[in-house]
Design a protein around this ligand. Sequence first.
Ligand SMILES: Cc1cc2nc3c(=O)[nH]c(=O)nc-3n(C[C@H](O)[C@H](O)[C@H](O)COP(=O)(O)OP(=O)(O)OC[C@H]3O[C@@H](n4cnc5c(N)ncnc54)[C@H](O)[C@@H]3O)c2cc1C
Length: 412
Amino acid sequence: MSASRTIIVVGAGIGGLTASLTLASKGFRVVVLEKSDHLEEVGAGLQLSPNASRVLTGLGLQERLALQAVVPEAISIMSARAGGELVRLPLGDAASARAGAPYWVVHRGELQQALAAQASENPHIELRLGCHFEDTAPHAKGLTVAYRNGSSHQQELATALIGADGVWSTVRQHIFPEVQPRFSGLIAWRATLEISQLPREYSARRVQLWMGPNAHLVVYPISGGRKINVVAVVPGTWNRPGVSPPGDAFEIRDVFSPSQWPAPARMIVGAVDKWLKWGLFGVPEGSPWSKGPVALLGDAVHAMLPFAAQGAAMAIEDAAVLANLLADGAASPAEVTATFKRYGDLRRARVMRVQRTARQAGHIYHLTGPMALARDTVIRALGAQRMLARQEWIYSWRLDRPPQGASLSTAQ
Ligand SMILES: Cc1cc2nc3c(=O)[nH]c(=O)nc-3n(C[C@H](O)[C@H](O)[C@H](O)COP(=O)(O)OP(=O)(O)OC[C@H]3O[C@@H](n4cnc5c(N)ncnc54)[C@H](O)[C@@H]3O)c2cc1C
């Protein structure tokens, strides 16, 4: 295949690997540069709603994920103030059939491995591990991309460059140095438990969202139901890139105190010995998506608070849209530039709305006092079907169909 059809993707996270598959499916040769020497099990659980799983099943991932992805029967919205469940949103196989795609909960590492395995079987995709993107410069037929592999400096010619290199993106830093991630003041404490570490009722295929004063807790099965993913979100000051050293289990147990949290929530937090802390950063809403033949994708352009459970889902949608647009004919640098501009124009409004939804969800989850009582009353009054209907504009997204209206988040 000619170099004029080569696209370089920086980053082999969920966004970059999905983009390699969508682009290869449109006939491009794709080189993925990943700075890590091996794909580590970074992160923990991810919820993938039908808008994202639809893209992945379209790429043939369903069989590969069959043993790992769990289809939850429901999302239970729980209130610390009320002491238990407010409403149970039904999901399960019937909802998957209605949506035409499953709602999955999956370990991020297992999803990444499945995507990488799919990419490695595709002759049009080359995954180069241990390769740090460093620089790019325009070239008569596209651009030259410079990267480092150990002590060796290398270059590659390409039609286009896609920065899928996460919230601390070097590609973004290169084209938009003024765009800087912002710390939210919130920390996600993440842990994974063996199913045997919790009482039997926690083996149910259900997502539990516990809302409480200035904190929330999300719990769901992953790894084919063999493990439980636990995320506790609390205010904090850890604001350096990446994962912190292990969090102090006593510190987080103090936040989930008996005076404010009922026993089931405290039992889950208390079962964890080993926590990892993640400072939650966002890329400012409305940040630019592309410059010339360089485009950004996923967290590099729209890292968001995880409370709508849509960060990876939006990266997956980006990958589908981008490949579709490029396939419509983008050979010259001018055509690629115009296509990337159109990509940003198509994605911006939806992604910003999801970012806002996630931010608002965080406020709602963490309400205290009379405001928490009002929240619980409204959620009960709305009931399961109307709560689910409010997610429809997110979940019903399809590549070939414009999105629908309405908002409010319930997930993480
Ligand atoms: C607590 C928490 C819960 C979440 N829950 C959900 C959820 O339920 N559902 C959901 O959809 N999303 C969720 N998210 C968000 C989701 O994890 C991210 O949005 C998603 O993983 C971003 O994927 P990405 O591919 O854009 O970036 P990343 O996963 O960050 O991947 C970037 C890759 O680029 C590589 N890289 C970086 N710099 C370079 C360089 N210079 N050269 C080469 N390679 C480079 C990195 O090593 C990495 O592999 C959650 C996030 C958090 C923190």
